[in-house]
Design a protein around this ligand. Sequence first.
Ligand SMILES: C[S@@+](CC[C@H](N)C(=O)[O-])C[C@H]1O[C@@H](n2cnc3c(N)ncnc32)[C@H](O)[C@@H]1O
Length: 207
Amino acid sequence: MPPYRDVEAFDDRAGSYDQGWRGRLHHAISDRTAALATAAVASPQRVLDVGCGTGYLLRVLADHYPGAQELAGIDAAPNMIQTANRITDDERIRFATGVAEHLPFNDASMDLVVTSTSFDHWSDQGAGLAECARVLRPGGQLVLVDQFSRWLIPTLAVSRRGKARTRSRASSLLLGAGFDRPEWHNVYAVIINGAVAARSSNGVVQP
Ligand SMILES: C[S@@+](CC[C@H](N)C(=O)[O-])C[C@H]1O[C@@H](n2cnc3c(N)ncnc32)[C@H](O)[C@@H]1O
């Protein structure tokens, strides 16, 4: 597996991550990610945020889902988790250090998995999506928000070689990981888009 690039930089930024224009941008994207999630799943019992950062999205979802039993967040950067724990006081929300490629949760244990502006940093995006499918119950929903745009195609030849940075590349990975065909939504500006996809109920990987 390629190295977990970018994680050290996030670890360094964790204490100030929610501040300034970048903090406001991530909150705005998370608010729209939450809107996609609540439109897709009315009342989940168990929710997972992969690459949760400081936990803003999970706190928003906790407010939307008063009946949820557990909202879990994992992130590869330990300082993000430390910050998330420090600023969260809802006892239904739990955070742990971990990576998308090896999710520390049982098979079919989640009703909803969300991930916002983290996927582009995953070391192995196919493995991470397969893990999301594994932990979702059949029919459970994934909301995947990140940079997906044809405008990013030039970056695939250089710094982001091999990444799924277009809707079509991400759709192929989702189908291969065991999701039904995704519905795409524009989330923010032109570049930030979101896929909503159900874990295939028959477990069959689409061609
Ligand atoms: C741009 S931040 C987004 C954080 C949060 N989701 C938000 O919307 O503000 C990307 C996050 O993904 C995390 N990350 C990077 N690679 C990861 C991986 N393989 N598994 C889990 N988290 C990862 C980083 O540590 C970082 O906190």
